[in-house]
Design a protein around this ligand. Structure first.
Ligand code: LMR
Length: 400
């Protein structure tokens, strides 16, 4: 008898979470995971933030039954997410032009947003940066779009190719969907300056492109406010857009799938209609979102003291990553790397695009149990004083 599933092909391994699976099965004690974008503390542990722990304790003490959440999630969570993104005194909020739903992480926000766009601009081209987060292409292709790459990283200068990007956006058909990393570009860590963002916004406005801003690392670059500067400037310029937020990293609540999708409309009359469509998509995908993580975050958003504590904890994570960047550059030099590695210092967020080749990455994996993405992306947030020297020595060796 032929089986229904006989012809099902093997799907390729996920370049990020698949590497995690491989890391987990590696039995070498000294293994180091610099692959997935997760923050680890000085001791190499994933932290449970004190602000989060405090609320969890409170919730456990007042344990209650878990009913269904509204399809669009917890109201105060969505409000807090909007304020974090747009600023509490945002004109867009006052004008009822921001529609936010709780989502299953940043990925869930991207997916609902992509499905929503498919209903209104079904034939649009989606442009993602070259390179981009590994899941962007797959996600938008699965939503039925043709996906192209716009120039972003200049391998020569190890910097941002603004002219290449602008020229590419100009020649795309009007109303293309442009996926942008609002801060802490994943994987390169290279962000446009504010001046450059203004130029990007000019082309997007002229071409009526549809920006889809991905902001998964707010607070890991220059700080919560400066990291939202591009998003806020776009909204001030009345550019209709979508934004996917993730709190996985900033609250260290990865497994709780805490994200939000925000749609900026041009008129408050559009907002309830947009919300009704987003709810339709959520309902037919997963019905309604989970309670726990969003409840923790909404409690923090609504308690001034806890909010400050969380901001301080986030600042500590940000500062530790910066210190690890500095240490890495120093240690690489000490281990004899002759090439200038100072570019690591100007990159933002959790990642460094190291310039390591796939062969060098493979060598590090095989010989040193050091896991780095095939593209050479290193998660600097997983470096610590205990593994730094080993990692720097191994990288120096493969670079020779
Ligand atoms: C990453 O880029 O490593 C993270 O965003 C985790 C993920 O889901 O890929």
């Amino acid at each position: 008898m032929t089986s229904l599933f006989q012809s099902v092909p093997q799907a390729p391994r996920d370049p990020i979470l698949g590497l995690n699976e491989q890391f987990n099965t590696d039995s070498r004690d000294h293994k180091v995971n610099l692959g997935v974008g997760v923050y680890y503390d000085e001791q190499g542990r994933m932290p449970l933030l004190n602000s989060v722990k405090h609320v969890e304790q409170r919730l456990a003490d007042q344990a209650s039954a878990r009913g269904y959440l509204p399809i669009d999630g917890i109201v105060s969570y969505n409000k807090g997410a909007q304020q974090l993104l747009l600023g509490a005194d945002s004109a867009v909020l006052a004008q009822d032009r921001a529609v936010t739903i709780q989502s299953l992480g940043g990925t869930g926000a991207l997916k609902i947003g992509a499905d929503f766009l498919k209903t209104i601009v079904p034939n649009a081209t989606v442009a993602i940066s070259n390179p981009s987060w590994e899941n962007h292409r797959a996600l938008f292709e699965k939503a039925g779009f043709e996906v192209v790459d716009y120039p972003y990283y200049d391998a020569q200068t190890k910097g941002f190719d603004l002219p290449g990007m602008l020229q590419f956006l100009e020649q795309l058909p009007n109303q293309s969907i442009i996926v942008l990393h609002a801060c802490c570009h994943n994987p390169t860590g290279i962000d446009p300056t504010f001046e450059q963002w203004l130029q990007i916004a000019d082309v997007i406005t002229a071409k009526q492109h549809i920006p889809f801003m991905d902001i998964a690392y707010q607070g890991f670059g220059a700080g919560l406010e400066p990291d939202a500067a591009a998003v806020r400037m776009f909204t001030e310029r009345q550019i209709p857009m979508l934004i996917s937020s993730s709190f996985s990293k900033s609250f260290a609540l990865y497994g709780e799938r805490v994200g939000a999708l925000t749609v900026i409309t041009t008129d408050s009359e559009q907002s309830p209609k947009v919300l009704s469509q987003l709810k339709r998509l959520a309902r037919t995908n997963y019905s309604n979102p989970p309670t726990h993580g969003a409840k923790i975050i909404s409690c923090i958003f609504n308690d001034a003291e806890l909010l400050q504590q969380w901001k301080d904890e986030l600042a500590q994570m940000r500062q530790r990553i910066k210190a690890m960047r500095e240490q890495l550059v120093i240690k690489l030099k000490e281990h004899g790397v002759a090439q200038n590695m100072d570019f690591v210092l100007t990159q933002n967020g959790m990642f460094s695009y190291s310039g390591l080749t796939q062969a060098q990455v493979q060598q590090l994996r095989d010989e040193d149990a050091i896991y780095i993405l095939d593209t050479g992306r290193i998660c600097v947030a997983a470096l610590n004083p205990h593994n730094m020297d080993t990692v720097a020595a191994a990288i120096a060796r493969v670079l020779r």
